[in-house]
Design a protein around this ligand. Structure first.
Ligand SMILES: Cc1ncc(C[n+]2csc(CCOP(=O)(O)OP(=O)(O)O)c2C)c(N)n1
Ligand SMILES: [Mg+2]
Length: 386
């Protein structure tokens, strides 16, 4: 899917002739749920309301700031050679914190590989997210401790896991809900289509939370769909809603409502959080090869953190002491993350063969033996040279 190395990729291309020739139907104009404008003004919406205390608002701000700080630290650690790869969430903090804070402890989350803000809301220690990106473990946390599944790289597959899990929740008669995160690119996967069908016909208590960050590596959303993504839900028979993904209040309100609907046994909802990936796809990607700088600049004006800060300041809901203390807390977090990563022990190479099968497997046993022999051959040759 990536075109990083092709000649065509050298020119930023937002829309090819073929794409722009196909007019979008009039009815496709998106209805964006917004409760906080980019300028930090509170606005009302007929279907979604929210009433948070000053402390709760400051809490959301703190979550977003610390998540961004953690993310910046991880990017720096990759550049310093401490991580093999990092997938930044820069720009998507509101989508993740808003939806993450809508969850109850007994709800279950199926993330992609970019849900660092949701992990934060679930209480997963941020340092645990880094082991896989350093290549020292296969996951880094116990999914059942925080009801936060391991990161999933196989695009879209976690929506099936979420659907099956949600069907199980319903069979158990529990009133918890399940949320599956996925991207605009993932929306084209067969797994996602199957998840929509199954969850709809079995009325599964699942929320599909699509962060439409406009890009799937180098592919723009025009290459995924001719209609706004939230409208896909209609064809499956459940509601879809498009929310301003850079508005933490709207993301919280819309996700909360979708989760409540799932709990009432009314089935799935598709939430499309309309946002933007401000950074590269991962640290291995260079977005200057395929997208224009002006596009990023336009989205900087919609920054999710700045708009909440503007609101807090305008309404006198946070003072200088709060912002200063948060700066200090951010620095402490950065330092803790740095130290923890550098202190991660290298794994035993034989651990590669663990955790694939609960009760073992003869093929894995064979491969383990082969690998052990291979490693032993290095020791022998080193000894021979002595
Ligand atoms: C099944 C599968 N196909 C291809 C890939 C390679 N791949 C990794 S990320 C990605 C793009 C995903 O885009 P999107 O769903 O929009 O999520 P985003 O990275 O933008 O958050 C692709 C194609 C993969 N990991 N799994
Ligand atoms: Mg995307």
């Amino acid at each position: 899917m990536t075109v990083e190395s092709t000649a065509a990729a050298r020119k930023p291309r937002r829309a090819s002739k073929r794409t722009s020739a196909a007019k979008k139907p009039q009815s496709a104009e998106p209805q964006l749920v917004q409760l906080l404008t980019p300028e930090g003004e509170r606005v009302e919406h007929p279907d979604y309301s929210i009433d948070l205390s000053a402390e709760e608002l400051r809490g959301l701000y703190r979550d977003m700031v610390l998540t961004r700080r953690f993310d910046a630290e991880a990017t720096a650690l990759q550049r310093q050679g401490e991580l093999g790869l990092w997938a930044s969430l820069l720009g998507q903090e509101a989508a993740q914190i808003g939806s993450g804070r809508a969850l109850r402890d007994d709800d279950y989350v199926f993330p992609t590989y970019r849900e660092h803000g949701v992990a934060w809301c679930r209480g997963v220690d941020p340092t645990n997210l880094l082991g896989m990106f350093r290549g020292v473990n296969h996951g880094g946390w116990d999914p059942n401790s925080n009801n936060f599944h391991l990161y999933t790289i196989v695009i879209g597959s976690q929506t099936l896991h979420a659907t099956g899990y949600a069907m199980g929740v319903a069979k158990d008669g529990a009133d918890s809900a399940v949320i599956a995160y996925f991207g605009d690119g993932a929306s084209s996967q067969g797994d996602v289509a199957e998840s929509f069908t199954f969850s709809a016909v079995y009325n599964a208590p699942v929320v599909f939370f699509c962060q439409n960050n406009q890009w799937a590596i180098s592919e723009p959303t025009e290459r995924q769909t001719r209609v706004p993504l939230y409208q896909r839900a209609q064809g499956y028979g459940f509601p879809g809603v498009r929310v301003d993904g850079n508005d933490v209040l709207a993301c919280l309100a819309v996700t909360r409502s979708a989760l409540e609907r799932a709990r009432r046994g009314e089935g799935p909802t598709l939430v499309e959080a309309f946002t933007y990936r401000m950074g590269a796809h991962t640290t291995s990607d260079d977005p200057t090869k395929y997208r224009a700088d002006e596009e990023r600049a336009a989205w900087e004006a919609k920054d999710p953190i700045l708009r909440l800060r503007a609101y807090l300041e305008k309404e006198g809901l946070a003072d200088d002491a709060f912002f200063t203390a948060l700066d200090e807390e951010s620095e402490t977090l950065g330092k803790r993350v740095r130290e923890a990563v550098r202190a991660m022990p290298d794994p035993d190479p034989m651990a590669l063969f663990e955790h694939g099968y609960a009760d073992g497997n003869s093929l894995v046993d064979e491969e383990r033996a082969q690998f052990a022999a291979y490693q032993a051959s290095f020791v022998d040759s080193a000894e021979e040279g002595k």
